[in-house]
Design a binder for this molecule. Structure first.
Ligand code: OGA
Ligand code: MN
Length: 297
């Protein structure tokens, strides 16, 4: 079988229209998918019919699954992240509900689980309930960090080269103070980590990309608070340049997969009270720390 593939932009993303992700995958198809994600960083598999079990099974093809970092707050499988403003009983949650506040935090450019020493490799997200096309917002937007790095002025590349950012799961509470406190155990499981802002990719002939987030911190380290915030804002503004981006307009039953090492993503905010949006996510664990320009690779 040959995958039917269409490019979504020149640099990022393909659509696959003739593959059923709920079935066992052959080694040929597995290799095709691995190559596609390596080259285009994003795949949308159209017209899927996925439940928690088939999402876990599909995700497991690519590695171990991350588990949700907070205890007993998910119903169902611990490997499934509910990316949703709907409770597991199907009730539309109000805007102040912590589960909805977390969705709002997803509208800041980020890369998944950067608060881990080995951040996530791939995220795989299935749209169970998506916004109607006429609604504003609800798309998932991606920005290509290889391209963003390439297009940086030389002076900015030099400035960023030695810098790190602190990534801390607990710091989501600093940005969204209405969220309930984490337990001592949850905090201790995820102490803050630092990652280089310029990431080096050994699987791409040591090519470089930008690597930062704005869902757990709003500053870059190694300088004064003001300078760190100004530089962070500059980066956030820089990566949303449409020439680096692909915006995914959801259709029901899309299953999307992206490479967190080279893409940032965010949800475009929508009217959380008016519209239901329910997705489930499987996440493939990283297999190495983030290497930077001064790492011993
Ligand atoms: C995620 C995420 C964006 C969205 O699941 O990691 O950031 O569009 N989702 O819901
Ligand atoms: Mn995310």
């Amino acid at each position: 079988m040959k995958l039917k593939i269409t490019n979504l932009t020149k640099h990022t993303g393909v659509k696959v229209e003739n593959f059923d992700c709920s079935k066992r995958i052959s080694s040929d198809i597995f290799l095709d998918i691995k190559n596609l994600i390596q080259e285009k960083h994003f795949i949308c598999f159209k017209s899927q019919s996925i439940d928690e079990e088939s999402l876990v099974n599909f995700t497991r093809n690519f590695g171990n699954l991350e588990t949700y970092p907070e205890k007993d707050k998910t119903k169902g499988k611990i490997e499934i992240f509910n990316v949703s403003n709907i409770s597991s009983e199907g009730i539309h949650l109000n805007e102040e509900d912590p589960r909805v506040v977390l969705q709002k935090n997803n509208s800041r450019w980020h890369t998944d689980s950067s608060y881990r020493y080995y951040p996530a490799l791939f995220s795989i997200l299935y749209g169970k309930e998506v916004l109607p096309r006429v609604a504003s917002g609800g798309q998932t937007q991606f920005s290509n960090m290889l391209l963003a790095y390439e297009n940086l002025p030389e002076s900015k590349k030099r400035l960023l080269e030695p810098l790190h950012q602190v990534h801390s799961y607990n710091d989501i509470r600093r940005i969204e103070p209405s969220l309930p406190e984490l337990s001592y155990e949850e905090k201790s499981n995820f102490p803050p980590v630092t990652h280089p802002v310029i990431r080096v990719h050994p699987d791409r002939q040591n090519k470089k990309s930008l690597f930062f987030t704005s869902n757990t911190s709003l500053e870059i380290g190694g300088m004064s608070l003001k300078e760190g915030r100004d530089l962070h804002s500059w980066l956030v503004n820089y990566v949303q340049n449409p020439k680096f981006c692909y915006t995914h307009q959801w259709e029901p039953n899309d299953l999307i997969m992206w490479d967190n090492r080279v893409l940032l993503h965010r949800v475009i905010p929508y009217n959380y009270t008016k519209f239901r949006r329910a997705m489930i996510r499987g996440t493939v664990e990283g297999t190495s720390p983030v290497f930077g320009p001064f790492s011993n690779i």
